[in-house]
Every structure is written in C-alpha cells, then in structure tokens.
Design a protein around this ligand. Sequence first.
Ligand code: FES
Length: 242
Amino acid sequence: MSDVNINISLKVNRQMGNEQNVFENYNLEDVPQEASFLEMLDILNDKLISEQKDPVAFDSDCREGICGSCSHGKEFGITVCQLHMRKFNNNDVITIEPWRATAFPVIKDLTVDRSALDRIMQAGGYVSVKTGTTIDANSILISKKIADEAFDAAACIGCGACVAACKNSSPMLFVGAKIKHLSNLPQGHPERKTRVKNMIMQMSVEGFGGCTNTLECEAVCPKEISTSVISCLNREFILSKF
Ligand code: FES
C-alpha cells in the first residue's frame, strides 16, 4: 500500500423500497486519499460490477457541491461530493445510510425520493409577477445588507440534509431559506403572503414535521444556512394573517 492510499471498511444500508433492509459489509483496499467520497463509492461499484454483483445505488450529479443531489459530509459546511478520503484514517469503518424521513421514501439503497421538496417549491417558491423586459440592474436599489442576507439564504441547495437530521423530519430550514431569499427582495414582495401560506400548507401535505429548535439542521447544513431563516419564516407566516 502506498502512503497516500488507505484501506477502509464500509457498512452500507442496502434496500429496495421497504422490502429488504440489510447492512452489507465491504472492504476496499488502496483507496486514494485524493478521491472524493463519491469516487470511493464509484470504486466500490466497479468492484461489485466486476464481481457480477449489484452496484450500490446513490444520488449524485454536479459533484461540485452546488446541485444538492448527494448529501452532507462528515464535516460541517461540505457536501459529500466535496468530502475527500484524506479526511479518513487507514482502517476506518464507515457506515452509510440513506436519508431517514417519511416524506423521503427509499427508492433503492442510498437513493431516496426527494420530490416532496420540489412540490413545496411549486407551491410558492418562485416569483410570477410580470416584470416586463429586462431592466437595468441598478434601477431597483437594494441595500448591501438586504442583498447579502438574501444571497446567504439563496445558498440553500435543497439537498434535504436538514430534514434527515431533524428528529421531526422538519424542512423548515429549507423552506425558511427560500422564504427569506424571496421575501427580502422587492421582486418577491407582491406574492409574499400567499407564498408562505402555500409553502407551509404543502409542507404539512407532504408529511413533514415542524421545528422544535433542536438546531440539528443548522449543524449538518452543507451550505451553513443559519436557523435565523426559520425565525424569518415564522415572522412571515404570522404577518401573512393580517
Ligand atoms: Fe451535486 Fe454533491 S453531487 S452537490
């Protein structure tokens, strides 16, 4: 073994819907430390395919930490596609499980159906007012403080880590980020009341829970979204009643 490669053991929760649910153990040798966590899973799947076994299903897309398809990593403020094997030690045992939430049904192995978050966005997470032709960016003055706050909230990539980490399976960090992003800016003001009501209604329809301030969501968020967005969500919801 070269000094930049490590041996690891994986315990992977493998399942097809709710029919099977077992942990399978795999040993990988000579894993390059410069490989990302997802590349390590690619190495595992190459091995399984060469042994004519079923590869492990997992989600990924951009592999650049911007699409939200994968998950959160071992470290705060990082997606799993941006997590590298140099963060692990030789002979580490790594347990990998899918998101656990009623609203995220398992499709297979580590792949879950997160379309519930899309339906929350379809319920109100957009601006539909007619704005005419594109106007000069400087014609709507927005203070730096407001723009910075909206931009911080817009960093949410909708990965669902907040839901999976929360004991209530609450998506309020996700919904709060979308509400804060849109309600902060003038373009989002006309629909702010219906937006927050519809998104919260859809949250309930999808079977998500509510926030009880355990702050797990903030701790695992790969984009470091602050729970202050949940305060903003609650404030907007109360204001929408008047
Ligand atoms: Fe896109 Fe990880 S694959 S954020």
